[in-house]
Design a protein around this ligand. Structure first.
Ligand code: ADP
Ligand code: F6P
Length: 333
């Protein structure tokens, strides 16, 4: 194989640049040229490619975001869009692609594979909801960003005897909330996968306060109440705001909310994210050069492992309920 392409797609994640760097330098080492695709699948449709040299990917290992930019591309979901994309890839002599993104992006890669191109996926998403991997690129950084914020919130919460509801990202998945809640010592963790009786949660918070807690932190995933309905009341209020009102009503404690938002998507990647991204990028190139396709590179039990992309897409990653229960046990004083 003489020419491959790399793209980042879906929500960006810290560490994507480290993966791009590894893809480019590993491929060049094997005398294979790499084209960077600008803005995910939209870039393929628009023929927005540029050759990436070893120098082009210098000084990006430690940077958040993605030098290739990312996008969501509804046109690529249509047959027309896919036909144009395939034509562009053919015209540019691209035989294989490394797709860095979430399971939506993997579905896009699946389509290209069916159209005759070799594809390998690297999981990149702060949500960490991708099947066949313990970690997706960006998750560790996002957890650390959330922890840093929770530590600061705890300081001021203690000074004022307040309850804080901290909303972290996760439209459909609670992995980030669970990890941030556990590592941040939250009194309660609310995730989309498990609805809890909020009056009961408030009662537990009140009990802790009565026993002398000077602060209480509730970590909630943004998607706790499910997808917002267009025109529905959910659009006007965040999960954190709704929960904050209930908690204040029951506990009669001064309650504040903090929505961490997109700061969780940026920032310099942690060492773990850089490591996983680098090893995955190199492995993806190795797979393509060996003529393999429809594979994804996972990180399982501390090792880089290869799975079929179909298996990864089909797998519904589940939350560790025991971890959630443990968080509740440890919150009691
Ligand atoms: P993520 O990769 O983070 O899950 P999305 O679900 O938004 O993000 O998917 C990213 C992009 O992948 C979409 O904008 C679209 O271009 C492409 N994509 C997603 N699902 C499909 C699909 N079923 N068929 C073709 N392309 C898809
Ligand atoms: O990257 C994943 C994620 O952060 C989700 O948790 C969140 O709901 C979504 O992306 C928001 O992305 P955007 O604001 O780019 O639409």
């Amino acid at each position: 194989m003489k020419r491959i392409a790399v793209l980042t797609s879906g929500g960006d994640a810290p560490g994507m640049n480290a993966a791009i760097r590894a893809v480019v330098r590993k491929a060049i080492y094997h005398n294979c040229e790499v084209l960077g695709v600008h803005r995910g699948f939209a870039g393929i449709i628009n023929g927005d490619f540029r050759v990436l040299t070893s120098k082009d990917v210098g000084d990006i290992l430690h940077r958040g975001g993605t030098i290739l930019q990312s996008a969501r591309c509804p046109e690529f979901r249509t047959y027309e869009g896919q036909k144009i994309a395939a034509e562009q890839l053919r015209q540019h002599g691209i035989e294989g692609l490394v797709v860095i993104g979430g399971d939506g992006s993997f579905r896009g890669a699946q389509v290209l594979n069916k159209m005759g191109f070799l594809t390998v996926g690297i999981p990149g998403s702060i949500d960490n909801d991708i099947g066949c991997t313990d970690y997706s690129i960006g998750f560790d950084t996002a957890v650390n960003t959330a922890i840093d914020a929770i530590n600061k919130i705890r300081d001021t919460a203690s000074s004022h005897d307040r309850v804080y509801v901290v909303e972290v990202m996760g439209r459909n998945a609670g992995f980030l909330a669970l990890a941030a809640g556990i590592a941040g010592g939250a009194e309660a963790i609310l995730i989309p996968e498990l609805k809890q009786d909020l009056n009961e949660v408030a009662r537990r918070i009140a009990e802790g306060i009565n026993k002398g807690k000077t602060h209480s932190i509730i970590v909630v995933a943004e998607g706790y109440f499910g997808d917002p309905v267009v025109g529905g009341p959910e659009l006007s209020e965040s999960s954190a705001a709704t929960i904050g009102k209930i908690i204040q009503q029951v506990t009669k404690k001064d309650t504040r909310i903090t929505i961490l938002g997109h700061i969780q998507r940026g920032g310099s990647p942690t060492a773990l994210d850089r490591m996983i991204a680098t090893l995955s990028g190199a492995k993806a190139v190795e797979l393509l050069l060996n003529g393999e396709s429809q594979k994804m590179v996972g990180y399982v039990d501390g090792k880089i492992m290869v799975f079929s992309m179909d298996e990864s897409i089909a797998m519904q990653k589940t939350i560790d309920r025991e971890m959630l229960e443990l968080a509740n046990i440890l919150a009691v004083i």
